[in-house]
Design a protein around this ligand. Sequence first.
Ligand code: TRH
Length: 347
Amino acid sequence: MLWDLFCRVIDNFGDIGVSWRLAAELAQRGHQVRLWTDDASALTWMAPAGAPGVQVLQWTDTAPHSAPGDVVVETFGCALPDAFLASMAQVRRPPVWINLEYLSAEPYVERSHGLMSPQFSGPAVGLNKWFFYPGFTAATGGLMPAGARVTADQTRAWAQEMGWLGNAEEQLVTVFCYQNVALPALLQTLSPQRCALLVPPGPARAQLQTLDLPPGLRQVDLPYLRQPDFDRLLACADLNLVRGEDSFVRAQCCATGPFLWQAYPQHDGAQGPKLEAFLDLYLADQAPPLATEIRAVFRAFNGRGSVPNSLPDRAAWRAAHALWGRKLQAQTDLCSQLIAFVRQKQA
Ligand code: TRH
């Protein structure tokens, strides 16, 4: 099938990161993808070689030269250009039009996944748009697939090759969060263990530059990595501090080490319920002492409480993480679900 994927970059890398991941995954499954974006700049490092089957195009508000594809995906409600909507309404067999939403574990996701939004006015009058919600349960659209699995040993050897690992005893901790009030206290809980903090460019690195690192911790500033290497980075870490949407998912699907997630901060505080809803699912199968400890440190990492004196027992935390990972693996992935959803709407 031919897919038109639209992506508007609001800020950071999540919008283009998720869109690129989906585009590349569809193409790998034999589909043709046109990725329309208003800002492709991050793709120069995220996907420098592009991907066969994916064409990256400048978002245009004027009528496109070619007819719309079989499927049109509007990522994160980015509102398609009127001229494109009009061209969708004009073709004999209109494309299946999907709004791919933000990821959340909140209950509204199960209620809203797969709903139809008939268009009663505007350039796409007469067409239906379908809501597709990623999620963590069977009644949602699932998560982007994990890609090739690599063992912790393979990735550690890679970290060594990259020059990030000081010695075999050193723990690897990625620091890919936003500006974070809990970071200084959290680093204290890691010390005096020997840890290499692997820090991509961004707000966390800027914050670390203002801190004196406690004993045992060593900062390694990373360049921007290709997306598959970024995934590998998370896979090799003993602990991942992640954020937003895409790194949050990768830390759950690709990594053996546990993670802490900083939800994207919003002015209305929407990240609070989002965090709690995720923790409710994530910790549902864990016994109370561990679940309470993990919840406390996740909350602290989101500015909702103070950092405990110590982190949860690492072996127990790892086991909890593995259990959750197995649960996610049993789900049908987002790409497969999306293709099946489209085929059902075309039938
Ligand atoms: O960049 P983010 O903060 O993105 C956010 C969230 O998606 C948020 O929900 C959304 O509202 C906001 O953007 C607009 O974090 P996220 O989601 O983890 O995306 C990071 C992407 O960048 C991910 O696809 C991985 C990619 N990446 C690389 O490929 N290489 C790198 O070196 C780095 C640092 C990131």
